[in-house]
Design a protein around this ligand. Structure first.
Ligand code: HXC
Length: 260
């Protein structure tokens, strides 16, 4: 597949998606949002891709936000439309069956931070900076940041980030649970891919069901969420993966899951 602003490759069933607009620090314009939507639709329907690593090109930025020069002249209805298209993309990524790991290689600001938040987990390079600077521009978060950030780090710290507009270091992001790991820049992609490899060495049905359980359970009250877990747990016992996984343990050998 050919894109103007994206690089895409697949190796060992792990897709790497690179946002490639380095002159504008990978800022998300409408064209880029639509390309990402198209690519994630393709990935969703491609069973040979088991995991995705999402990163930015260049040394400076993951994504420095939505494109301010493109947004500047939008009317209120146009801005709402832009937010809606972005939110649909973020939900598509969040609900993709495959795990998506953000490799945050530099600035992840505004829409860039929100894109990372839609991923299942975030690995940051040591010099990455994250933040929600929308209030410094006279706007608010528009790609899900006001909702996913408090769910991830709690309302109080989320409000601090959303209301001061200040950037934080990767180390601080790690302390508040916004990123899972902080690594040297040259180790970033390897770390993200090694986590992806570890995930997909397990039962694919199991990892996809785990993702779905966390996502769907978060929107439910605890009793309904626990019922969903029990139902999914039961369904796993009708899979070959459960039979192979448990037989392998008892035979003291490594499980060979089929659906790879
Ligand atoms: C458009 C951007 C951009 C952005 C950077 N650039 N961020 N263009 N939109 N979000 C462009 C600059 O204009 C510049 O272009 C080039 O990238 C390099 O950026 P510099 O500012 O020269 O680099 P530097 O001085 O190192 O500063 C880096 C930076 C700064 C701190 C990341 O660029 C910055 O503050 N960017 C904006 C961050 C931001 O406010 N993001 C939130 C946007 S609102 P030229 O042509 O001059 O070389 C948002 C809302 C999401 O994301 C929801 C929407 C619905």
């Amino acid at each position: 597949m050919e894109f103007k602003h994206l690089l895409f490759s697949v190796e060992e069933q792990i897709a790497t998606v690179t946002i490639n607009r380095p002159k504008a620090l990978n800022a998300l314009n409408m064209e880029l949002l639509l390309e990402l939507t198209q690519l994630f639709d393709h990935i969703k329907n491609n069973a040979s891709i088991q995991a995705v690593v999402l990163t930015g090109s260049g040394e400076k930025a993951f994504v420095a936000g939505a494109d301010i020069s493109e947004m500047q002249s939008k009317t209120a209805p146009e801005a709402k439309g832009f937010s809606t298209i972005g939110n649909e993309l973020m939900s598509k990524i969040e609900n993709l069956p495959q795990p998506v790991i953000a490799a945050v290689n530099g600035y992840a600001l505004g829409g860039g931070s929100e894109l990372a938040l839609a991923c299942d987990l975030r690995i940051a390079s040591i010099d990455a900076k994250l933040g929600q600077p929308e209030v410094t521009l006279g706007i608010v978060a528009g790609f899900g940041g006001s909702q996913r950030l408090p769910r991830l780090v709690g309302p109080s710290i989320a409000k601090e980030l959303l209301m001061t507009g200040e950037m934080i270091t990767a180390e601080r992001a790690y302390q508040i649970g916004l990123v899972n790991h902080v690594v040297e820049s040259d180790a970033l992609l390897d770390k993200a891919k090694s986590i992806a490899r570890k995930m997909i060495s397990n039962s694919i049905i199991g990892i996809q069901a785990s993702k779905k359980l966390v996502n769907e359970g978060f929107e439910m009250d605890i009793q309904r969420a626990l019922s969903l877990e029990a139902e999914t747990f039961g369904m796993m016992f009708a899979t070959e993966d459960q039979k192979e996984g448990m037989a392998a343990f008892l035979d003291k050998r490594k499980a060979q899951f089929k659906a790879k």
